[in-house]
Design a protein around this ligand. Structure first.
Ligand code: FAD
Ligand code: NAP
Length: 510
């Protein structure tokens, strides 16, 4: 993110798009754009970009783009679909840029079918067409990776279904040995059944419009050792089904997770409680037909329509509280999602969230994120550096580390805030430090009052060298960092300057 000039917020952009101003320069006309024509519009003052076959004049949007003009210019005059999907595939550009629409691409870009065999074929043709050695080697490694997953898919992934008088059971065979509830996402609403299995960076999907109606509740059984997943649906009427249902376009596909469209379900706001003067804990209830567990270190996207424009922002689920008694399991009930959200006085999305009433609904996506629990499982010292709401990924991480990772000897949280009033869950953190001798918390304030006797300052090399230490000379350490982007970027740099390797650092980002 880059700082935007005053008057260039998302709300200002929405206002401009509603002002009736001609933002394309074409007076509302839509045209067919050839590749040659698109390529001509490659300057800041005249910049067209193609996204998913539609061409937009993004010049008026430049100053409003949270990622900055230079980021947008990378796709100037070209097909920017891949670039946008890599960076912000969750942003609904169709909605955000609808007033900038110039028209469609005249020659439809050749869409690469998403199934693995087609990806392979595409990759192979790409290799043939570009015989540069570096490209070749890099692509070759990726090719091997694809082949590996392709084999897994053909050898192992399949689904089947059967029925009794009252039940329909869909069985997915994955042969994945470490199958667990976090890797299975099921949604069954209004006759549509969607079951997704996550396998590293890939996802297998069963998605059909069911033949007949079923009741709201869905049961999911996972045989962890053999990787069998059963989705059990209750028939509304005890009739014999001739088929499971009509397949959706992506039914029975095994593709990269980043190529799957984000799926949203509507969740009910059941409570909203104050954490600090500006931060609240939102409790959302999943629909009865949804089975979803957000893994440690991952985030979800919330989606709401704000004055006619669809807005999406990421948030990292937390626990309802920091469990002191590690036997406690109720917070893993699988029904609720807890989000700790700071309400910014001029924040577009958080202001709208704050106006939600108990009982209102909001769309919540599937989880995303590249944090892997195995990084913690291999460590002896875990150090968490959090700035403000950058504390949120640390909540589940702390709980996981102290509950499930027996090789961890020390867990340290260094929590940066502006003032004492901004510290999230201070009491709970202090309680936890008293309860568990492996855990230590250090609060650092950048704008303390004169009464503050604790540490003060901003993230810096000297501050980190004081707090970030291995418990033994050669102990395996993992340092996780999350906060405002400059805080995270500077923190990572200071850690590297102090001699920590890339593998020892995990930065939470979008
Ligand atoms: P905007 O309308 O975008 O901005 C309005 C004003 O608010 C800005 O001018 C600025 O003064 C302030 N502001 C907005 N965003 C930021 C920011 N990111 N840093 C500093 N100041 C800002 N937030 C949470 O509260 N809880 C979470 O669990 C959480 N998880 C996240 C996970 C990820 C992966 C990422 C990338 C971000 C996360 N965020 C979280 C931030 C969240 O996505 C939004 O950026 C934030 O809620 C502000 O949205 P807004 O539309 O209200 O503010
Ligand atoms: P904040 O209260 O503004 O700041 C928290 C601490 O960070 C303060 O001590 C602050 O000091 C410091 N800080 C802020 N900007 C800094 C900078 N440029 N350089 C060094 N230190 C800086 O933070 P917040 O409003 O809660 O924002 C939290 C951030 O975390 C948001 O940007 C959010 O997007 C991000 N977040 C990311 C994820 C994720 O990626 N997974 C998850 C949750 C939150 P001073 O301002 O006094 O300098």
């Amino acid at each position: 993110q880059v700082p935007l000039k005053p008057g260039r917020s998302l709300m200002d952009w929405i206002r401009l798009t509603k002002s009736g101003k001609d933002l394309t320069g074409l007076k509302g006309r839509l045209i067919e754009v050839t590749e040659d024509e698109l390529a001509k519009h490659n300057k800041k003052e005249d910049c067209w970009i193609c996204i998913r076959g539609f061409v937009y004049n993004v010049t008026p949007y430049m100053e409003y783009h949270p990622g900055g003009e230079d980021e947008l210019m990378k796709a100037a005059g070209t097909d920017g679909t891949d670039l946008f999907d890599q960076v912000h595939r969750w942003v609904n550009y169709e909605s955000m840029l609808k007033e900038c629409l110039v028209g469609r691409m005249a020659v439809k870009p050749i869409a690469v079918p998403k199934g693995l065999p087609f990806v392979l074929l595409h990759q192979f043709l790409f290799l043939l067409s570009r015989c540069e050695i570096v490209h070749f080697l890099l692509s070759f490694m990726e090719l091997l990776n694809y082949i590996f997953f392709l084999l897994l898919y053909f050898l192992f992934y399949s689904y089947d279904w059967f029925q009794t008088d009252s039940l329909i059971t869909v069985v997915i065979y994955t042969k994945q040995k470490d199958m667990n509830a976090e890797l299975v996402i099921v949604d069954c609403q209004d006759k549509r059944l969607r079951g997704e299995i996550i396998m590293d960076d890939y996802s297998y999907l069963v998605e059909v419009d069911l033949d007949h109606t079923v009741s709201e509740e869905v049961a999911v059984n996972i045989a962890e050792k053999i990787g069998k997943v059963e989705i059990i649906l209750k028939k509304k009427d005890n009739i014999h089904w001739k088929m499971l249902g009509q397949p959706w376009e992506c039914h029975n596909t095994f593709i990269k997770r980043t190529n799957r469209e984000l799926f949203y379900r509507k969740c009910k706001l059941v409570s909203k409680t104050e954490v600090t003067h500006d931060t609240k804990l939102f409790c959302l209830m999943l629909p009865k037909g949804t089975h979803l567990r957000v893994p440690t270190g991952q985030h979800v996207y919330l989606k709401q329509t704000i004055t006619g424009t669809e807005a999406v922002k990421p948030y990292t689920p937390v626990l309802p509280f920091l469990p002191l008694d590690f036997q406690e399991t109720s917070h893993h009930d699988g029904v609720h999602i807890y989000l700790m959200i700071k309400i910014y006085s001029c924040g577009l999305f958080t202001q709208a969230l704050d106006h939600l009433q108990i009982g209102d609904y909001i769309s919540v996506s599937n989880p995303e994120g590249n944090f892997k629990k195995s990084q913690v499982q291999a460590s002896e010292d875990l150090i968490l550096l959090a700035g403000g709401t950058g504390f949120t990924p640390m909540v589940k991480l702390l709980n996981f580390a102290l509950t499930e990772v027996s090789c961890l000897r020390t867990v340290k949280l260094i929590f940066f805030n502006k003032t004492e009033d901004d510290i999230l869950w201070r009491n709970q953190l202090e309680q936890l430090a008293l309860k568990d001798e492996r855990f230590e918390v250090q609060f650092v304030l950048s704008q303390p009052t004169k009464d503050w006797v604790g540490k003060q300052g901003k993230i810096s090399s000297s501050l980190l060298s004081e707090f970030v230490k291995r418990s033994r000379k050669d102990s395996k350490v993992l340092i996780c960092i999350c906060g405002p982007t400059p805080f995270t970027e500077q923190g990572v740099q200071y850690l590297k300057d102090l001699g920590y390797s890339q593998e020892e650092i995990h930065a939470f980002t979008a």
